[in-house]
Write a protein that binds this ligand. Structure first.
Ligand code: HEC
Length: 275
């Protein structure tokens, strides 16, 4: 009898820990199912195109632009930043596995020692600091140019964000809570537009789904205006008439962790054009 009780208790505990740790995967699976239901014509691998996947004309124009991207010169600037040696002779590539190839899809990750989320931009600045160089302004133009090139080294890599352990899960949950929390004068949440209203129009814009939104940053808006993912968070918050947060704040980094997790399994492509 006692043994049976212990077995039941053990199973319950196991179940509890499973449900805790399985939740990001479950969240993602549920969301994929939901989008399939409301937007049955869009194939999963086309989610990376966001709103373009919903509009064949816009997608055809995009393909044209991407065959000869207007931001080629900017990408070259990023390349030369990435390749220019530091004063100590080392380069950015020395800070990353495989010289920085096929690594960007692992970011953001949760650093258990530091106890917080580390974005790719954080890793770039940590590299500069380690090598005695000045850090770049987070989300500034220079950081944008550098990461546009650095992330392009991971083109085709599948987004592979991991949420492992209690503290990582807590950061993920905070990001998720932020995504679903209504705020601002219009009382919208991120989900109001990109989950509940995905595929619908807001003025002339069709709303993309959250899955696929994080695999292609920075973007060159209008062809030349470099925009990072956290810049885009700010713009959306302004549209919501909410007060944008600071780039690299804990809330934004947790939000990026959550949003990027949802793009897991989709191939990276950086940078891209958006109107
Ligand atoms: C009032 C509606 C609305 C709300 C609320 C909103 N957005 Fe957006 N968002 C848009 C529109 C419009 C676009 C441009 C069209 C598109 O790509 O969906 C956009 C684009 C984006 C993109 C870029 C997609 C791409 O591939 O270029 C991201 C990322 C994003 N939003 C994240 C967020 C986050 C995170 C929040 C919450 C902080 C949020 N949005 C809240 C309307 C909204």
């Amino acid at each position: 009898m006692k043994q049976k009780l212990i077995t039941i208790l053990a199973l319950l505990l196991l179940g509890a820990s499973f449900s805790v740790y399985a939740s990001p995967a479950k969240d993602r699976a549920a969301l994929i199912k939901y989008y399939k239901k409301i937007l049955p014509d869009i194939k999963f691998h086309d989610y990376i195109y966001g709103a373009l996947a919903m509009n064949p004309d816009a997608k055809a124009q995009y393909d044209d632009i991407m065959s000869f991207p207007p931001y080629g010169i900017d990408l070259d600037k990023g390349k030369s930043m990435w390749e220019t040696p530091f004063k100590n002779g080392k380069k950015f590539s020395s800070c990353f596995k495989h010289g920085g190839k096929n690594v960007a899809g692992n970011y953001p990750y949760f650093d258990n020692t530091a106890g917080h989320v580390v974005t790719f931009e954080n890793a770039i600045n940590a590299c500069l600091k380690k090598n005695g160089e000045a850090e770049l302004e987070y989300g500034g133009k220079q950081m944008g140019l550098l990461t546009a090139y650095a992330r392009s080294l991971s083109d085709g890599m599948k987004v592979n964000v991991k949420v492992k352990g209690k503290a990582a899960l807590a950061a993920y949950e905070k990001g998720k809570k932020y995504y679903y929390k209504r705020n601002g004068q219009l009382n919208f949440s991120c989900a109001s537009c990109h989950v509940q209203s995905a595929g619908k129009f807001i003025r002339s814009d069709q709303l993309s789904m959250m899955i696929g939104q994080a695999s292609h940053w920075p973007e060159f808006r209008g062809g030349t205006k470099i925009t990072t993912l956290q810049d885009r968070f700010k713009q959306c918050q302004k549209n919501m008439r909410a007060k944008p947060l600071k780039a690299n704040s804990e809330d934004y980094n947790n939000l990026e962790y959550f949003v990027t997790y949802m793009s897991n399994g989709l191939p990276m492509q950086t940078p891209v054009f958006r109107k």
